[in-house]
Design a protein around this ligand. Sequence first.
Ligand SMILES: [Zn+2]
Length: 122
Amino acid sequence: MSALVCWKCGTSLADYTLPLRRLEECRKCGAELHVCKLCEWYSVAVAKHCREPIAEEVKDKERANFCDYFKPRVGAYVAADVAASGKARSDLDALFGGGKNAAAEPSAADRAKAELDKLFNK
Ligand SMILES: [Zn+2]
């Protein structure tokens, strides 16, 4: 069973007293916790990014809000996916970078050729 985690850094909030106080902050990264991004109702798939139809719109999803419907959501930390895609991207970059490094490969080829030349010249 997953626990409540900081929406920003993913650190466990398991020992925080619920309900979260409005000014509660993540002790690790300092992110405010009474925010949309840590809310059960938060969803980028819907208008205003809130699935609660009568909640007043909260503009800043990362600042402590006064929303009465705030309900902390378990596993609100999604950066793992972002990090994963970021990693995938850097892996790709590495591949492309490798492609760029391949431009330096002639030297390796040259070395191989030199080796061959050495063999043939022998
Ligand atoms: Zn945090």
